[in-house]
Design a protein around this ligand. Structure first.
Ligand code: IMP
Ligand code: MG
Length: 189
């Protein structure tokens, strides 16, 4: 679990009356993404996995992750509707883009930016159950273990974080702030 107090506050991002403070630095992300890439490369040695990113949030993590994959691999994307303009989930998920690849008999690795309630991953697992992949695992950069409401298994986890709203490194607030290279958390001060 990443603790807020672990981080020296270097920078603050103001969004209206709200304040976001650093939670995970660029260097910590780089180090952990490299470790995940190495672990997945070892686990899938001799196989040809297909990484399936969940758009939009996962695009930066997915891109950095596969640069750390040392075996052959393929990629594809699902696009799900997002939180919209809110900090809390609508509780509904809509599929906005199907896969192009044929995933039958393939080793698939779902790539998420963050697992909060687990609703999105649960939805994706149900979609995939219509096919017959050789295997399916999930990698998520961030997991909020205290928010999980669905019984989903996340096989590779970058960081467990507190149950607080975060932005940066692909994660948005009303579609903005995805371009920040560190992860910032909503401050309660
Ligand atoms: P879940 O379906 O409740 O697990 O939420 C997962 C999705 O909601 C993620 O793919 C993100 O797009 C979004 N999300 C969840 N928590 C946050 C957050 O703290 N900041 C930004 N987006 C989030
Ligand atoms: Mg997402």
């Amino acid at each position: 679990m990443v603790e807020l107090s672990d981080q020296k506050i270097k920078d603050v991002i103001h969004v209206g009356n709200e304040k976001f403070v650093p939670l995970i630095t660029k260097e910590q992300i780089e180090k952990r993404v490299k470790e995940l890439g190495e672990e997945i490369s070892r686990d899938y040695k001799g196989k040809l996995p297909i990484f399936i990113g969940i758009l939009n949030g996962s695009f930066i993590f997915m891109s950095d992750l596969i640069k750390n994959i040392s075996i052959n691999c393929e990629i594809d994307f699902f696009k799900l509707s997002s939180y919209g303009e809110q900090k809390i989930s609508s509780g509904k998920v809509k599929l906005l883009k199907e896969l192009n690849a044929d995933i039958n008999d393939r080793h698939i690795i779902i790539v998420e930016d963050i697992v909060d309630s687990g609703l999105s991953i649960d939805y994706i697992e149900k979609l995939i159950s219509n096919f017959t992949p050789a295997s399916m695992k999930v990698v998520s950069l961030l997991v909020k273990p205290n928010s999980l409401k669905y019984n989903v298994e996340i096989n590779y986890i970058g960081f467990e974080i507190p149950d607080k709203f975060v932005i940066g490194y692909g994660l948005d607030y009303a579609q903005k702030y995805r371009n920040l290279n560190s992860i910032y958390v909503l401050s309660e001060e």
